[in-house]
Design a protein around this ligand. Structure first.
Ligand SMILES: [Zn+2]
Ligand SMILES: [Zn+2]
Length: 397
């Protein structure tokens, strides 16, 4: 039997940034191979795919993400990460599994082991996928573009989970949209540079950018129905080098979160319209430039497929360990697999926090916080069980 606690601590102590998950991929491939899976590394960069063919029946894909974040761990755990790495900009940054992807990967090894051990009880094919670069929103796409489904088989369903700041041992499930679409935009505004004392012969991109930032906040307030949900955040605003110099350009970094394609289209179009209009209002000498990037679609947990999976959860865990999941504004790229294959995705959250020592008013560390780390148990066992139960709900008995 794999020592899952040791595997988890090892992954936790050796986090790797998105697209650099080389050691992690190796450790997971080495853990999967002895279980009888056909294992391939280097899929879409640092992804790992494992296939276990076990007779006729559906192809069930189980996916875990494996990347860590540039966060300095402050959990005080004996196995806390002290790792540092060089990021894509060449800067040295701390690295930690602050989103719990080490837990997801460990749970998937545990589930693969249980399912492989019980292969006399089911038939079908298990496709186990360890996905890199979830935090960049490109890992799923990278694996698909590298021929994941052509090389390893097209699944009939995609199953995945995320650990979160809920009571350990609990499972939260939504149905339909469960996580937001995220779209980022780089806007370049063009003015005409000049002396700060002579604004009349310049076109000031700083004032233009300021109007853009304020006006963009009118989209959600005035153009989206109050019954819909959307977020428009300007997280970056850059212009100028000196107080008395009017710069040539300004850059605005925008992030949009929406929950359906209609609203997403409305917000994206409104952002571009407002930016163009503000540039025109300022007398800009040149049209603004738009570069949409880091795009993740809405994550939809297919209602029918979710109902089938949750029925199996209810039978195994009892109603008392299930909670209805709230729609969250963060994003996940696992839905890209199901969409590309044209099959349902089922996604749920499982709790990672021991609330026995919790007191009212005490803050609970969320994913991406330096203090976030799941309590090892019963988190790990619950995550393993949930994957096994979900897979068995789809494999032929
Ligand atoms: Zn995350
Ligand atoms: Zn995550």
């Amino acid at each position: 039997m794999t020592d899952l606690h040791a595997l988890y601590r090892d992954l936790h102590q050796h986090p790797e940034l998105s697209l650099r998950e080389f050691r992690t991929a190796g450790v997971l491939a080495d853990a999967l191979r002895p279980l009888g899976f056909d294992v391939t590394t280097g899929v879409g960069g640092t992804g790992v795919a494992g296939v276990l063919r076990n007779g006729d029946g559906p192809v069930v894909m189980l996916r875990a993400d494996i990347d860590a974040l540039p966060v300095e761990e402050k959990t005080g755990l004996p196995y806390a990460s002290t790792q540092r790495a060089t990021n894509a900009d060449g800067e040295e940054v701390p690295v930690a599994h602050a989103c719990g992807h080490d837990m997801h990967a460990t749970c998937l090894i545990g589930a693969a082991e249980q399912l492989a051990g019980a292969r006399a009880e089911w038939s079908g094919t298990l496709l186990v996928v360890f996905q890199p670069a979830e935090e960049l929103g490109c890992g799923a796409r990278n694996m698909i573009e590298d021929g994941l489904f052509e090389r390893f088989g097209k699944p009939d369903v995609v199953l995945a989970q995320h650990v979160g700041p809920l009571p350990a041992g609990m499972i939260a499930h939504g149905s339909g949209p469960v996580m937001a679409a995220s779209d980022s935009l780089r806007v370049t505004l063009f003015g005409r540079g000049g002396h700060g004392s002579a604004p009349e012969i310049a076109v000031d991109p700083v004032l233009m950018a300021a109007h853009v930032v304020v006006r963009l906040q009118g989209i959600v307030a005035r153009e989206i129905s109050p019954s819909e949900r959307a977020v428009v955040t300007v997280g970056r605003l850059q212009a100028g080098t000196k107080d008395n110099v009017i710069p040539e350009t300004a850059e605005v970094g925008v992030n949009v979160r929406t929950f359906n394609e209609n609203t997403r289209g409305i917000v994206r179009a409104a952002v571009e319209r407002i930016v163009r209009a503000e540039a025109a209002a300022s007398g800009a000498p040149r049209e603004p430039e738009f570069e949409w990037h880091d795009s993740t679609p809405v994550l939809v947990s297919d209602p029918d497929a979710t109902a089938r999976t949750v029925a199996a959860f209810t039978e195994r865990f009892g109603q008392e360990r299930l909670i209805p999941g709230a729609l969250v504004n963060s994003s996940e790229d696992v839905g890209v697999f199901g969409a590309a294959a044209g099959v349902p995705t089922v996604f749920w959250f499982f709790g990672g926090i021991d609330f026995s020592a919790w007191e009212p008013g005490k803050a609970v560390a969320m994913n991406h916080s330096p203090e976030f780390a799941p309590d090892l148990e019963p988190t790990l066992t619950t995550g393993v069980d949930a994957l096994v139960v979900a897979a068995r709900a789809w494999l032929r008995s």
